[in-house]
Design a protein. Structure first.
Length: 272
């Protein structure tokens, strides 16, 4: 079987015609046998797509031929099977839902390239925060990072309000899977008066892609939103699966701890 390429990308740009873009974009993807999901909103696009190298390149060329997406960037990984069964293009109010429609997202944090991230989070005066949700952080995160233990991204603003103070926390670094949540989380902090706010450019996926985790600052697996469930530091499927009851990821340690032939996580079993 031909190697499957998986790309993840997002791009914030004003799209007043986002509804009209749905049909032509879906048709293009289907013609090129691409599978995955594209979210379109007035604020931009967010997507994870899989296909052959030829067809993935065709999609990238097609998108970047539009001046609005000329600077589009993406993260890549591979698999030996198709992680998506269908192709979907969905219309949304937000491409990543935080629920704060009045926030100025253009006033966001400073990008930190993957090669410089270790130095930033190793500084003793930098507070590192994982902006992902608890089902993601449970199987992997950067050493020393604070886990807000949110159930969804809409809970993050309230967590910030309760736990962070711009007068006390002078330097804050944030990261997420692919970078998109940090566009909004760092903008949130900047709008709240935090001065030095940093953002891992391209997220965990770009960090692993470019650094190979040589410093071992990242520990565990990275949750992804497709049939792979999670990838390891080499961006290969880690062997994690989803709990059949709650849908959360079960890493290799979880699978060892679960009763024989049971794909149900320990917290769910303890509720019985």
């Amino acid at each position: 079987m031909q190697e499957i390429i998986i790309i993840a990308f997002y791009h914030f740009v004003e799209l007043p015609d986002y509804e009209a873009r749905k049909g032509p974009l879906l048709a293009f993807c289907k013609r090129h046998d691409l599978k995955g999901t594209i979210l379109l909103a007035r604020e931009g696009v967010n997507s994870t797509i899989s296909g052959t190298r030829e067809n993935i390149n065709a999609l990238i060329d097609h998108l970047r031929s539009d001046p609005k997406f000329a600077s589009l960037e993406w993260k890549e990984s591979t698999a030996d099977y198709k992680p998506f069964e269908r192709m979907k293009v969905r219309l949304k109010k937000e491409i990543v839902r935080m629920g704060l429609e009045e926030m100025d997202i253009s006033h966001r944090g400073t990008y930190v390239p993957a090669k410089d991230w270790d130095a930033v989070i190793s500084s003793p005066d930098v507070l590192t925060i994982d902006t992902r949700n608890i089902y993601e952080t449970k199987i992997g995160k950067f050493i020393g990072a604070i886990d807000p233990r949110t159930r969804n991204f809409r809970e993050f603003p309230a967590w910030v309000e309760k736990n962070l103070d711009p007068k006390k926390h002078k330097k804050v670094a944030m990261y997420c899977t692919g970078g998109i949540r940090c566009e909004k989380s760092t903008a949130l902090l900047k709008n709240m008066g935090f001065e030095e706010v940093y953002h891992l450019q391209g997220g965990i996926l770009k960090y692993l892609e470019e650094t190979g985790n040589k410093s071992k600052k990242w520990q565990g697996d990275c949750f992804v939103f497709d049939d792979r469930t999670a990838v390891n530091e080499e961006l290969a499927p880690s062997g994690a699966v989803r709990c059949k009851r709650c849908g959360g990821p079960m890493g290799t340690d979880d699978l060892k701890a679960a009763p024989l032939d049971t794909v149900i996580c320990i917290p769910c079993l303890s509720e019985n």
